[in-house]
Ligand binder design. Structure first.
Ligand code: SF4
Length: 355
């Protein structure tokens, strides 16, 4: 059981980030934000897939203006990703954005920072300070280099600018494409600040490599109780980011979704088990309930794993034994396995809902 760090609770839209609230999933649209139709379509797809927050790149005034129309057509919390231009932050805030990602130190003079802070205060909009190993401030690099310590110092610098103006509605991220630096930076930040932390390994890479990299980096931190929101950054469709994020959180019991236990390649498998587990996985993707299904290939570990799961099958030659909540239910033929498992999964979920 993971003991989460109890960070400050920060309100975003109609929910909280931090404290003992669930670790939430975030991703980013790939559309031009000013293309309202495409952006709304993607946001809604991402929200349905499980993203609690969707971040949008705000590159210019047109993007910032589009927020108003977009907001009317979506329900999920929207985050404006802004670099340098304080005016874009003000427009997004007026247009109903739920959270702003901007580094106050990059906005310019104190008056500009003050204008953004006052606006966010008035409208109760939190600010995420997003430190990135690839864009540390010159004065930080000169003193610390591009190191975890440098990333922490950069976060401190930006946090101070907001705190000086009595603004504490803050969330922090310290991303690097290097796992070691990222983990170290977040560990230090977790000791230094009580603000919620948004986790990510930035520019993690492709679907395959990036998934492994993010799982290691974010997995270490989440296991240590660090992190209140996560983004898995992959060079692919953001839907895949959500899938990976959900699986990652689910593996650490931080997200409720169906789990599968199944045999690896093994010379003892007695039937076409891989085809069955693939079909079962596809089916489980359509439900959100907390059910563990074991699809096992033979009698060595099969009955044990099937028994320990909510629903399981231990396969033999051309047939298998179905287990339900630890007890043998019945023997089924190989061509009946899928249908029979689905019946048991659905009944198990129904029982859970009735209780
Ligand atoms: S349960 Fe049987 S088929 Fe599955 S991994 Fe163990 S020995 Fe192999």
């Amino acid at each position: 059981m993971i003991r989460r760090e109890q960070t400050k609770k920060v309100k975003v839209k109609d929910f909280y980030i931090g404290g003992s609230n669930n670790v939430l999933i975030q991703t980013m649209t790939t559309t031009k934000t000013k293309n309202v139709e495409e952006t709304v379509k993607q946001i809604n797809t991402l929200a349905t897939a499980g993203s609690s927050l969707v971040r949008l790149a705000i590159l210019d005034v047109e993007d910032a203006n589009a927020i108003k129309e977009i907001k009317q057509q979506v329900n999920v919390a929207l985050v404006a990703d802004i670099h340098f231009d304080y005016r874009l932050a003000l427009i997004c805030a007026d247009n109903g954005i739920d959270k702003i990602r901007i580094n106050p130190g990059n906005i310019g003079n104190k008056d500009k920072i003050k204008m953004v802070v006052e606006k966010c205060n008035d409208l109760d909009i939190p600010i995420r300070i997003g430190v990135n190993g690839g864009s540390l401030e010159k004065h930080i690099i000169e003193k610390y280099g591009v190191t975890a310590k440098g990333m922490l110092e950069s976060a401190k610098y930006h946090v101070n600018l907001l705190e000086e103006l009595d603004f504490t509605n803050i969330i922090i991220s310290l991303k690097s494409s290097d796992i070691f630096k990222t983990v170290e930076a977040y560990r230090m930040a977790s000791k230094e600040f009580n603000y919620p932390l948004h986790l990510g390994i930035t520019e993690a890479g492709t679907m395959f490599g990036g998934t492994i990299k993010s799982s290691i980096g974010l997995g270490i931190l989440l296991y240590e109780g660090i992190g209140d929101t996560i983004r898995v950054s992959l060079s692919t469709d953001p839907i895949e980011e959500i899938k990976v994020a959900k699986e990652l959180l689910s593996s650490l019991n931080l997200y409720k979704k169906p789990k599968i236990i199944s045999c690896p390649t093994c010379g003892r498998i007695q039937y076409n088990m891989f085809a069955l587990v693939e079909k079962i996985e596809k089916y489980l993707e359509t439900i959100e309930d907390d059910v563990t299904v074991a699809v096992m290939g033979c009698a060595v570990n099969g009955p044990g794993e099937a028994k320990a799961s909510d629903i399981g099958i231990a396969g033999g030659k051309g047939e298998g034994l179905i287990f339900v909540e630890g007890k043998i239910k019945r023997k089924v033929k190989e061509d009946e396995m899928y249908d029979e498992l689905i019946i048991e999964i659905n009944e198990y979920i129904k029982r859970g809902k009735l209780n």
